[in-house]
Write a protein that binds this ligand. Sequence first.
Ligand code: KIV
Length: 273
Amino acid sequence: MSAINQIEPRKVTVHVLQEMKNKGVKISMITAYDYSMARLVDNAKIDVILVGDSAANVMAGYQTTLPITLEEMIYHAASVVRATKRALVVVDLPFGTYQGNSKQALASAIKIMKETEANAVKLEGGVEISESIERILSAGIPVVGHLGLTPQSINKFGTYSVRATEKQEAEKLLEDANFLQKAGCCAIVLEKVPAFLAEKVAKTLTIPVIGIGAGSKVDGQVLVLHDMLGITQGFSPRFLRRYNHLGEEITNSVKQYISDVKNKTFPNEEEQY
Ligand code: KIV
């Protein structure tokens, strides 16, 4: 039996993710923000659906992920959970809902878990948010860490370019990854870091390391759904593989519909009562 078929859970849990890492089965993760898309990706048997705060960019058209609110994330996450039977659903804690203090972080995580019935939350950062992570974990809520390019810190970074290319930042990232594992995180997302560093993190840690722009030597991959389907325009980083050109297909379909309406060829005899 091939490695990919060794694990066929009815419902993916954080324990299943760990089993995948232990057995060398790669983890597939993708974003979704609404019921219809979540149903499609869950039917395709994706392992993890991330209700990312990239919803701020993809769904709401903001330049950064910072403006999205807890209530908006809850709306997206609840829609995704209603559609999902198999995948583990992870929800991003949005900017400003966990950095203040650990009490605020716990309240935000509990609100998400109660109002969406998702399976885990994701937070950006390492040692500097240790109290928040530990407090959320103490309530029995699985936490996924996120290191490397952490888009909520864009105003500190100044650009969305690759992180941890310098020794000091790479060492800090390794330190943070070790901290997140020790604290009890169930997985870590590593975004836009050199492939050799990501490989080192994945080899050092016993918990799954899921990469985006982090090379192939990690335990799984995540992409933003609308990017890989070719719906988003004007965004083509090196790491992004486009599996479709749905943007063009949607525009062409709508153009055809407009033409049919204008030409009075829609609806026809069969399409009326
Ligand atoms: O918000 C998001 O979509 C993410 C992924 C890019 C990992 O955090």
